[in-house]
Design a protein around this ligand. Structure first.
Ligand SMILES: Cc1cc2nc3c(=O)[nH]c(=O)nc-3n(C[C@H](O)[C@H](O)[C@H](O)COP(=O)(O)O)c2cc1C
Length: 158
């Protein structure tokens, strides 16, 4: 059976997810962020998590092999951050949006939780690269609601 790309995208969109900003510091020393919803947990012991990066991203070099990066789970009030860091050519993080973490990665202020990671492995995954990180620190907010993504749009709980 031939799988139609648009139909597949729509079908995958029926799986509700949270929204994250992947953040790191480039080799040039610039704090960078990219919106992603491909985040998933992998293993508790060792503590591993993954996300996947489009091979044709303009910032593929920055996000495909950083030694340290963070995965920031966005709260419902972060939808403008999500839009901003999903724009082509606009991945430089605004200094007002982050604080440096324990291992140097930028942590998005008021994220529901930020996972600081060190690169564990990468795997080819078709037109994406699967990036597996080992969690080195976690910073969770006490309360707050998640930003959700479903059928191509933002949603909220309730
Ligand atoms: C809700 C949402 C989820 C996304 N998830 C991913 C993702 O998991 N992986 C990815 O590489 N890009 C993802 N993107 C796209 C990137 O954020 C960004 O739009 C794209 O990388 C822009 O092109 P550039 O990377 O060439 O700058 C997502 C965008 C949105 C709005």
């Amino acid at each position: 059976m031939e799988i139609d790309g648009r139909e597949l995208r729509n079908a995958l969109g029926r799986f509700a997810t949270g929204v994250c900003i992947i953040s790191t510091v480039s080799e040039a020393g610039e704090p960078m962020g990219l919106t992603a919803n491909s985040f998933a947990s992998v293993s508790l012991d060792p503590p591993l998590v993954l996300w996947s990066l489009q091979n044709n991203s303009d910032v593929f070099e920055v996000f495909s092999r950083p030694q340290h990066y963070a995965i920031n789970v966005l709260a419902r009030e972060h939808h403008e951050h999500s839009n901003r860091y999903a724009k082509k050519g606009d991945h430089l993080l605004d200094p007002a949006h982050f604080t440096p973490g324990q291992f140097g990665s930028p942590l998005i202020n008021e994220a529901l939780v930020s996972f600081e990671c060190e690169l564990h492995a990468t795997h080819e995954g078709g037109d994406h690269l699967i990036i597996v990180g080992r969690v080195t620190a976690m910073h969770a907010r006490e309360a707050g609601e998640p930003l959700l993504f479903y059928c191509g749009g933002y949603r909220h709980l309730g």
